[in-house]
Design a protein around this ligand. Structure first.
Ligand SMILES: Cc1cc2nc3c(=O)[nH]c(=O)nc-3n(C[C@H](O)[C@H](O)[C@H](O)COP(=O)(O)O)c2cc1C
Length: 145
């Protein structure tokens, strides 16, 4: 299985989450390519069996411009996008928490609920990353027959 993990991270939390997902996928036998959304050379999204898109949220629930650039670069709505992200409930509480994750999951019509992590995924939230990823992989494998 060929997987793209496209993510944007400034202070490292989303990157840590992306790397955690990559490690788990590689342990499961997948080939993983990491991509810094809106920064690295654009990719051809159609060659991947599964695409993970990771973002932080900022500016009152906004999606970062680089992530929007990535969405434009891809140019269509792949039906295999799983969205994850990090945020901080101190910025606007539950209403604004990881709002960019919700927006992107809705935009892509993602079949999986977005994964929302409070700051760093290390520690108690690691299990949530693993459980979410297992759910995504279960669906993908059953769809592949
Ligand atoms: C100016 C600013 C605004 C922010 N606004 C939000 C927000 O509206 N919602 C949210 O969940 N997190 C918000 N955050 C928190 C970041 O999304 C959070 O720290 C995230 O983990 C950063 O990701 P990164 O470490 O990958 O860069 C904000 C942070 C900053 C600095």
């Amino acid at each position: 299985m060929r997987v793209l993990i496209a993510y944007l991270s400034f202070s490292g939390n989303t990157k840590e989450t992306a790397e955690m997902i990559a490690d788990m996928l590689e342990a499961d036998g997948a080939t993983v390519e990491m991509h810094r959304a809106g920064m690295d050379f654009p990719v051809d999204a159609s060659v991947y069996d599964l695409i993970f898109l990771g973002t932080f949220t900022w500016d009152m629930g906004a999606t970062p411009d680089e992530v929007k650039d990535f969405v434009l670069e891809v140019g269509y709505k792949p039906d295999n996008v799983a969205v994850f992200g990090t945020g901080d409930t101190q910025f606007g509480g539950d209403d604004l928490f990881c709002r960019a994750v919700d927006k992107l999951a809705r935009f892509y019509g993602s079949r999986w609920p977005g994964l929302k992590i409070e700051q760093s995924p290390r520690g108690s939230q690691e299990q949530r990353v693993e459980d979410w990823l297992k759910g995504v992989l279960r669906d993908v494998k059953s769809l592949a027959g």
